[in-house]
Write a protein that binds this ligand. Structure first.
Ligand SMILES: [Ca+2]
Length: 319
């Protein structure tokens, strides 16, 4: 996983704010504000052979791959891919190159691909509850590009009821990302949730969806604390008592993420390994998508929750 860290570090390090003109074949080119400028004196064949020997070397020389890839823009990388594939015939190696260039998009893409094939609904909830607004917008764009249909339309046709409403609300990518806590709002939301959930004969799910899909995690944690002071029942218990099926699982996942995201992922990994047959796709998705975010915390939570190390558990499940 360190390969991603190295990649991003290299990109940041290579930024030159003072002089953003570059020279191509001796001529200055206009200013460019992306993170990667086209590499002058670019030669796809020589890059492809450098990558070929880096990948063939014992243990794969990540440093060389990263050094080459961070200095080529997307168009140049595409050309390298074409030459590489033609000269080696190895398509599989290209996955490695792709991963070093677009780790986030790759991961999103796989998640969505699985969902489209009709597997776990909880993958979609996990992705939508834990990614940023910008990432969710990007995910919708990739989905549309790949399947020529809006993700929202697929959700509408393949899910139903309150669960559909919750997913569509998350797809609006309207989450507060400020990390600020407003105490008055936490108190008000706690009361609103109490009225909509407990103090009524029929739970008003849309109120829960509204609040749970728009506030930031810290804000929600405060709301849950306030809730505990006005009710004898904790909020997750209320959801359990009043709801069932996908919508219950969905809202509970959002609550867990808000309260402690690393613990949410630790539980997910544990379930993936304890189930019938290790769920490799869950392992890979979680480890790759969190490697740049909070994997260290997930490892700590895992040890605290299950009294064993995540690494050891992964190794003993045998994949
Ligand atoms: Ca229930």
């Amino acid at each position: 996983m360190s390969v991603f860290k190295k990649f991003f570090n290299s990109i940041i390090k290579d930024r030159d704010n003072e002089d953003d003109t570059i020279k191509v074949k001796g001529k200055p080119k206009p200013k460019y504000y992306g993170t990667v400028t086209p590499y002058p004196n670019f030669n796809a064949s020589s890059d492809a052979s450098v990558l070929q020997s880096a990948i063939a070397s014992k243990g794969v020389d990540e440093d060389v791959i990263i050094a080459v890839m961070v200095q080529r823009n997307n168009e140049q990388r595409q050309k390298i891919k074409v030459v590489y594939e033609a000269s080696t015939g190895k398509v599989r190696d290209l996955i490695y190159i792709k991963q070093t260039t677009k780790p986030l998009n790759c991961c999103h893409f796989w998640c969505l691909l699985q969902q489209r094939l009709g597997t776990d609904e909880d993958v979609l909830v996990e992705v939508l509850a834990t990614r940023s607004n910008a990432e969710i917008r990007e995910l919708k764009r990739i989905f549309k590009e790949e399947y020529k249909t809006d993700l929202e339309d697929v959700i509408r046709s393949e899910t139903n009821g309150d669960f559909t409403s919750a997913l569509l609300a998350m797809l609006k990518a309207n989450k507060d990302e400020s990390n600020e806590v407003n105490m008055d709002l936490a108190r008000k939301d706690a009361e609103t949730l109490f009225e909509a959930g407990e103090n009524t004969s029929r739970i008003n799910v849309s109120t829960f969806i509204d609040i749970l899909t728009t506030r930031n995690g810290k804000q929600l944690s405060k709301t849950f604390q306030h809730y505990a002071s006005i009710s004898d029942v904790k909020l997750p218990k209320v959801l359990d008592m009043k709801l069932s099926g996908d919508i219950e699982d969905c809202l509970l996942d959002i609550v867990k993420c808000a309260w402690n995201t690393p613990a949410f992922f630790a539980e997910k990994l544990h379930r993936a390994m304890e189930g019938h047959g290790t769920c490799d796709s869950t392992l890979i998705r979680v480890l790759v998508s969190r490697s740049e975010v909070d994997l260290k915390k997930i490892v700590e939570e895992y040890r605290a929750m299950y009294d064993r190390s995540l690494q050891e558990h992964i190794l003993t499940t045998g994949n």
